[in-house]
Write a protein that binds this ligand. Structure first.
Ligand code: SF4
Ligand code: SF4
Length: 465
């Protein structure tokens, strides 16, 4: 049973009436600084209340309450932008009950930019301070402001978790039952501890990987933050696949978080700082493309232009950056993927669409084309493949009930396909699905599509003598 946060009203009519009756509506706070009010008003007022997005929204589907729908949330945002509502605790709770999955953007006939509204709404919630308490303040400082602002610190934390796992302490604690002494919430978080890779990307990928075939392109590869800790093998596979497709791959050993985590959690200032740093690390004028293999990051990385629009020193380069930033599936399709030769064993695969790939970047065809190019691979369509799995950045940490309900729904569909492998292009989905598969003891292999392609290249029969 989902326990939605207690907010305004349950249907559209009651909701608009409640907003109209709020004390702030009687005396609009024109002077109060509002991030939502600072947005271009054409974005704020674009929703025409048609409701076509409602059936595609996972939180509305689960609760059938208007306040948990895109239309309801946009009404709250607009009321704040107009000064008719204060950014209250209920508003902030609502913004953090939203997955940010962007399914509503795909459904919307009016082209409402929910992604921009959502980021500014969460920033408004943070700025208002209504969620502030010492515990939350400390956790946000430790993670968003400290760990994820410096990948050296994040790697150190990853190395400690890896040691804990490799020494068998995690297994010992889990088997001994000692974890039962922890509070329930801590037990739940411990169960979600990701498996840290034996080596980080900088130990697996050379700073420059030469093209395996005649060089046609020079590209840069982003190895990410969480991706680097949990899926450095996917980064290595990506570099290999790019090289096999005529790309010289530049992979700077020192990279930083792209700022997606910060932007989605109301820290737009830190997100801008990380965007500037990333542009400096990967000067866009030096590459034909800058490649991301993580859907959530890619979706954010393609919008450095709007993020830095007020920064005269970076605006132009940020726009060039956006034009050159490509998801790996998108780039391979654009340059003409070399299909692997025969050799790889038969495999049955289903494909889960990461929200920020299909809704955030509108990339739906290319991953399927990539999978179908692999010999001996049978692709079975996953029912509701574009429905959020509940990962949604750190949503599974802050809203576990909703996240687990969506995870169970996704796993039921995966099982229904009978596929032995589920492929998906986002580290958050991979980690969240891995937790669900382990909990339900399901024997399904979980993999990034690019890994299947890399394996197929490695299995190619050698050319006849
Ligand atoms: S982002 Fe997802 S959860 Fe949030 S309003 Fe849109 S469809 Fe609903
Ligand atoms: S589909 Fe678009 S215009 Fe219609 S209610 Fe949803 S956000 Fe508003």
């Amino acid at each position: 049973m989902i326990e939605p946060p207690p907010v305004l009203a349950e249907n559209w009519r009651d909701m608009t009436a409640a907003i109209a009756a709020s004390p702030a509506a009687a005396a609009p706070a024109a002077a109060r600084h509002s991030l939502l009010r600072g947005l271009d008003y054409s974005v704020v007022q674009q929703c025409m209340h048609c409701g076509l997005c409602l059936p595609t929204c996972p939180t509305y589907d689960a609760t059938k309450l208007e306040r948990h729908s895109p239309r309801g949330r946009i009404a709250l945002m607009r009321a704040i932008a107009d000064g008719r509502l204060e950014a209250t605790r209920t508003f902030a709770d609502e913004m953090y009950f939203c997955l940010g999955c962007l399914a509503c953007m795909t459904a919307c006939p009016a082209g409402v930019n929910y992604a921009e509204l959502f980021e500014h709404a969460r920033a408004e919630a943070e700025q208002s301070g209504v969620l502030r308490n010492p515990r939350r303040r400390f956790i946000r400082w430790l993670t968003v402001e400290w760990l994820f602002m410096d990948l050296g610190r994040l790697r150190l934390a990853g190395a400690l978790i890896r040691l804990y796992q490799q020494l068998g302490l995690q297994t010992l604690l889990r088997r001994s039952g000692a974890l039962r002494l922890l509070p329930r919430r801590l037990r739940e978080l411990e169960a979600m501890t990701p498996v840290i890779q034996p080596k980080f990307s900088s130990a697996l990928i050379a700073p420059v990987t030469p093209a395996a075939s005649p060089k046609k392109y020079r590209v840069a590869l982003l190895t990410g933050c969480a991706q680097d800790l949990m899926f450095s093998d996917v980064n290595r596979d990506t570099a290999e696949v790019l090289a096999r497709n005529g790309c010289e791959v530049v992979t700077p050993p020192k990279q930083n978080c792209c700022g997606s985590l910060h932007a989605h959690n109301g820290e737009l200032g830190l997100a801008r700082e990380l965007a500037r740093r990333t542009i400096d690390q990967f000067p866009p004028e030096q590459f034909d493309a800058i490649i991301s293999n993580a859907a959530g990051c890619g979706s954010h990385l393609k919008h450095y232009g709007p993020l830095l629009a007020d920064d005269a020193a970076y605006r132009g380069r940020a726009e060039m950056w956006d034009a050159k930033l490509k998801d790996i599936h998108e780039w391979l399709a654009a340059i003409g993927l070399r299909p692997p030769g025969p050799g790889v064993a038969a495999q049955s695969v289903t494909y889960h669409e990461a929200c920020h790939l299909c809704h955030g970047q509108k990339i739906t065809v290319q991953p399927r084309q990539l999978l179908r190019a692999i010999p001996n691979l049978t692709l079975t369509e996953l029912p509701e493949s574009a429905w959020c799995c509940g990962s949604a950045g750190i949503y599974n940490l802050i809203q576990p009930a909703m996240a687990n309900q969506l995870l169970d729904r996704k796993l039921r569909h995966i099982v229904s396909t009978g596929a032995a492998i589920v492929a998906t292009g986002n580290p958050g989905c991979l980690a969240h699905l891995a937790n669900g598969l382990r909990r339900q003891e399901l024997r399904v292999r979980l993999v990034h599509p690019i890994t299947l392609l890399a394996e197929a290249y490695r299995a190619e029969a050698p050319p006849p003598l």
